[in-house]
Design a protein around this ligand. Structure first.
Ligand code: TTP
Ligand code: MN
Ligand code: MN
Ligand code: MN
Length: 365
């Protein structure tokens, strides 16, 4: 029995929500390679293989030691044939030939480049590729391509947006957003979420949740974004809420939720950023997501928007398969008891699920 206890103590769960994954990744050489392969599966809409690569990547990220031999993979969950083969290649040669050749692949390169543009998804990227385009210059020079308003903005600011946001910039954006929100509703709160809440040094955007202690007061805020200081708002698109009362979450591990939100591009003046290295341009375009959340759903929204994407996916999978509960960014539904479980904090949600609490910085799965 003592041995059993010992074994179970050191058994690594197949679910990312039962592992603590900090940014201190000891197996980056493997996970970088596996992430590229996972990404390519997404490009090819090969969901099955995507999951295989993503799960193996996530397990390796959670290990407190570096893998240095194939035998060290024994007993680890989610180590299927495909990822094992890649790990073996890297252990032998220091790199994976499969990944190296993928990085030179025309379609992979074009898809990666095109989908990095704000407003361009797989469908558009694929169309541009099939039309023979390979570079952004070619796309921008094309005579008869039609762009959405979002894509036009994405192309216009693509250099800034693809150069990543750092912490100081995220902080400066936070102050602008807070000032604006407080002018609309003095006691509304603004919370930094997404990758920066997980402790990441850089991100592709900055994500904020906005809520208000008095239900309903948050509703009008987004329609005042045009009152942000002149010239600050380079682009915005408001998505209206599609919330339905008492809706049981589907088992789909879908990240899209029903909150009112605003996808925007802000012009961040360098003078507002602490220790910014002032280069030739004195401003930078930054991608910002604002999400408007009614207070009773706040804990679920915070948990959902803090990521990582894989952590969220496994939280939902764990809820569904281990607890017969459906989780989304709004609620948790217990199918056995047929009740909605309310929560004021993330800690309460983990407790509802019978999970140990995992801090945001341990969710880098
Ligand atoms: P992202 O901003 O896409 O990702 P990130 O902040 O983890 O990393 P980075 O921006 O640096 O690339 O999304 C943040 C989290 O929000 C992610 O776990 C997915 C989730 N999300 C939703 O729950 N619903 C949504 O509609 C969207 C767009 C994201
Ligand atoms: Mn983000
Ligand atoms: Mn992202
Ligand atoms: Mn985002």
């Amino acid at each position: 029995n003592k041995t059993m206890e010992k074994i179970s103590l050191f058994t690594i769960s197949q679910y990312a929500c039962q592992r603590r994954t900090t940014l201190n990744n000891k197996n980056k050489i493997f996970t970088d390679a596996l992430e590229i392969l996972a990404e390519n599966c997404e490009f090819n809409e090969n969901e099955r293989s995507y999951v295989v690569f993503a799960r193996a990547t996530s397990v390796l990220k959670s290990l407190p030691y570096a893998i240095s031999s194939m035998t060290m993979l024994e007993g680890l969950p989610n180590m299927e044939v495909q990822p094992r083969a890649i790990i073996e290649e890297i252990l032998e040669d220091g790199k994976s030939s499969t990944v190296e050749s993928l990085l030179c692949d025309e379609r992979y390169k074009a898809t990666k480049l095109f989908t990095s543009i704000f407003g361009v998804g797989l469908k558009t990227a694929d169309r541009w590729y099939r039309l023979g385009f390979r570079t952004l210059e070619e796309v921008q020079a094309a005579k008869d391509l039609k762009f959405t308003k979002m894509q036009k903005a994405g192309l216009m600011y693509c250099e800034d947006i693809s150069s990543f946001v750092n912490k100081a910039e995220a902080h400066a954006v936070g102050q602008i957003i807070e000032k604006f929100v407080h002018k609309c509703v003095p006691n509304a709160t603004v919370t930094l979420t997404g990758g920066f809440r997980r402790g990441k040094e850089i991100g592709h955007d900055v994500d904020f949740l906005i809520t208000c202690p008095e239900e309903g007061k948050e509703e009008g805020i987004l329609h005042k974004v045009h009152s942000l200081p002149q010239g600050l708002l380079l682009y915005y698109d408001i998505i209206e809420s599609t919330m339905e009362k008492n809706k049981i979450p589907s088992k789909q591990y879908d990240v899209m939720d029903k909150f009112q939100k605003c996808f925007m591009i802000l012009k961040l003046n360098n003078t507002l950023v602490q220790n910014s290295d002032l280069n030739f341009k004195d401003w930078k375009a930054i991608r910002v997501d604002l999400v408007i959340v009614p207070i009773q759903q706040y804990a679920y929204a915070l948990l959902g928007w803090s990521g990582s994407r894989h952590f969220e996916r496994d939280l939902r999978r764990f809820s569904y398969h281990e607890k017969r509960m459906n989780l989304d960014n709004h609620v948790l539904y217990d199918k056995t008891k047929k009740v909605f479980l309310t929560a004021k904090t993330e800690e309460e949600i983990f407790a509802h699920l019978g999970l140990e609490y995992i801090e945001p910085w341990e969710r880098n799965a």
